[in-house]
Design a protein around this ligand. Structure first.
Ligand code: BF8
Length: 677
């Protein structure tokens, strides 16, 4: 008996309990983490305490590409003096293994973005062929712009006269041309020439112009198979080709075709955080990435028929909310509020008020099914490539040919479930106001005005030093770091130092939740120069540019800055830097690498899986800077991280000869003309 007692005490002692304040900086999340503990519902925050990451995998030097391994090559504690003699069974060095693993992550990330893009292209083609009632071409201005970028004729000759070509014809050819980018047998990606000319020429010189989107992904899988490419430099060349094919190919096409189908975003006001859920409404949380699904659900949930149906079941209406990048898609086009970031998906169900969580692809945790079991929530998977094994998950396959019926079924199922709620509803009462929906087009409009829309104004302000530089801060949440702490600390430090922040993905959601996307935040957090610009034009110092595929918008905004003049002739000349403070997904590595090879100094938080192979790490940092003008860096401390970015921005300002201009210079007409020349 006494022994048994001892055992129980010992077990109890062992069970670690999550400290909500240590786990997240967000009060709503803290409340829900505590609630999960109280109810005994296990979340990722618990598993973070009980499962430690593999010490060798984290270094990037575990190879499991054949059945003789896994071969594990940890770096000795004191480092390596003299020759590095570590080898796998086949003789693969630490550099080869780290490079193989790194580019397999690029392939995984590029595949995810690009396959998403392909689905959009297929729906686009269905719409252009008028095979579906659910989707139509919405933005014809963008259609024309994209047609031009893809080399599709927008005018035709009739009786010797050049006239506008029929829009349906243009849409059809745009759809067909776009879809070919995934697998065309020869040539190179058409969008590469949207990059500054100097960048395109550099890629050509380095031999990294992607041929088509899929091929570069497949070739990575081939080259990293046992006994193929065993030179980390050559492996990285393919990693580069593949990543460029993501940023300037699959992701960019996804963004463009989504804009044409669903509308190009423009600034829109909304709210963010779990507090957007309403106790007296049917709450439907949509989570994943492809707006192809969420667009139709937004439309159906807004119909009088569904609202009346919800009322007939005792609810006051229907509240939609988003998690992850689907959230960003619905927000930027319809103002649907954000429910939260990646790490809040389980917490949304723990409110007890989530009547349905509808998921498609990417960043969906399998544990959602286990959490949903503890509540009344219907968890609905919708995509043929993303199902779950747990038997409480409902699969309703979504297809563009019967999209409206599918969406109606899903929304009705959520409404019918409203009455099944238990007594345990607890919605945290925290949310923030935000303005989102920025893009290449709206930055031009906002900073230049309707009359003189251009990037000159932005460049002027960079040159005169009010804006010190521009940073792209993007990416995930990672349960190994304190939820949102790094995102917010880095963004605040950057804007305090007059760096304008462009954000996407979960960083954007984190900023929205903290109020950084409201114009008022300029006066509170931004340095005097940046605050002055923001207050003059009425924008926040952190601009939300959309989902993770929309990082392509950051590439194009940077290109517009180059084209506007005065800041060099390539992206690598700009006083700009990139960051992914809390990254975790393979997509983040692909994004990081296309930023680096587009000429951007890019810092990742937490860690990089390269520490076990220092020679390889030096290659993708120092050598890549020489080759591409952009490089990888890593820093877990958010303040140091931000200052590494600022130091790079200052280095670029010095190279441009504008480092002394941080005193205010008012430009007159002659100055402007000189700039434009
Ligand atoms: O694709 S930022 S956690 S949601 S992977 Fe996932 Fe990372 Fe969030 Fe958008 Ni992007």
């Amino acid at each position: 008996m006494a022994d048994e007692k001892k055992k129980v005490v010992k077990l109890e002692k062992k069970k670690k309990v999550v400290d909500p304040v240590e786990a997240s900086v967000d009060v709503a999340s803290q409340e829900m983490i505590a609630r999960a503990t109280e109810l005994g519902v296990e979340t990722i925050f618990d598993r973070n305490l009980t499962m430690k990451p593999c010490n060798i995998g984290i270094q990037g030097t575990c190879c499991k590409n054949c059945a003789m391994g896994p071969c594990r090559l940890p770096l000795p504690k004191g480092g390596i003096e003299g020759e590095d003699e570590r080898k796998g069974m086949c003789g693969a060095t630490a550099n080869t293994i780290a490079a193989r693993n790194f580019i397999r992550m690029i392939a995984g990330g590029a595949a995810a973005h690009s396959d998403h893009g392909r689905s959009v292209a297929e729906v686009f083609l269905s719409a252009a062929r008028k095979e579906t009632d659910a989707y139509q071409i919405k933005d014809t201005v963008k259609l024309i712009a994209v047609a031009k970028a893809l080399g599709v004729a927008t005018t035709v000759e009739v009786d010797g006269e050049e006239v506008d070509r029929d829009l349906d014809e243009i849409a059809l050819e745009v759809g067909e041309t776009a879809l070919k980018e995934w697998g065309k047998p020869e040539g190179e990606l058409l969008y590469l020439k949207r990059a500054p000319e100097a960048r395109y020429e550099l890629w050509k010189k380095q031999g990294v112009l992607p041929r088509n989107i899929d091929r570069e992904i497949v070739e990575i899988m081939h080259r990293t198979h046992i006994g193929v490419d065993q030179d980390y430099k050559n492996l990285m060349k393919q990693g580069t080709r593949c990543a460029i094919g993501d940023g300037w190919g699959g992701s960019m096409l996804a963004t463009d075709l989504q804009d044409i189908l669903f509308g190009t975003p423009s600034p829109i006001q909304s709210e963010a955080n779990l507090g957007i859920m309403k106790e007296d409404h049917v709450n439907i949380i949509i989570h994943g990435h492809e707006p192809v699904l969420s667009e139709i659900i937004v439309a159906v949930a807004d119909t009088q028929e569904m609202i009346d149906y919800a009322k007939s079941k005792g609810a006051k209406g229907i509240q939609l909310g988003g998690i992850c990048c689907t959230a960003n898609e619905m927000l930027q086009r319809h103002g649907v509020p954000l429910a939260g970031t990646f790490l809040q998906q389980e917490l949304a169900i723990i409110t007890g008020a989530c009547d349905a969580m509808v998921v498609d692809i990417q960043c969906v945790m399998q544990n959602l099914a286990n959490v949903a079991k503890c509540f009344h929530t219907k968890l609905i998977t919708t995509h043929p490539i993303a199902k779950m094994e747990q038997d409480n998950v409902i699969h309703i396959e979504f297809d563009e040919h019967h999209a409206l019926e599918d969406a109606r079924r899903i929304v009705k199922m959520a409404i019918d479930n409203f009455q099944n709620r238990g007594a345990e509803v607890m919605i945290p009462q925290h949310k923030s106001m935000q303005v989102a929906g920025f893009g290449v087009e709206s930055i031009e409009y906002h900073l230049g005005g309707a009359f003189r829309g251009s990037y000159y104004t932005l460049n002027d302000n960079v040159i005169n030093g009010r804006i010190r530089g521009v940073a792209g801060v993007v990416g995930c949440n990672n349960a190994r770091t304190r939820h949102n702490y790094e995102h917010l600390t880095i963004c605040k430090e950057l804007i305090k130092n007059d760096v304008l922040v462009l954000t996407t993905g979960c960083t954007a959601i984190a900023c929205a939740m903290d109020g950084l996307l409201s114009p008022e935040s300029a006066g509170v957090y931004a340095g005097p120069g940046l605050a002055e610009v923001c207050e003059t034009v009425g924008i926040a110092p952190v601009l939300h540019l959309g989902s993770c595929v929309d990082n392509s918008r950051i590439l194009l905004a940077a290109t517009e800055m180059v084209k506007a003049g005065g800041l060099g002739n390539d992206i690598s000349d700009l006083p700009a830097a990139g960051s992914a403070p809390e990254w975790m997904s393979e997509k983040a590595i692909s994004i990081g690498h296309y930023f680096v090879t587009s000429g951007v100094y890019t810092v990742f938080g937490y860690m990089l899986p390269t520490s076990g192979a220092p020679v390889f790490h030096d290659y993708i940092s120092k050598d890549f800077e020489k080759m591409y003008g952009g490089m990888w860096d890593v820093e877990a401390d958010p303040i140091k991280h931000a200052h590494m970015m600022i130091a790079h921005i200052d280095k670029k300002r010095k190279a441009l000869g504008i480092d002394r201009a941080r005193e205010r210079v008012l430009m007159d007409m002659a100055d402007r003309q000189a700039l434009e020349a």
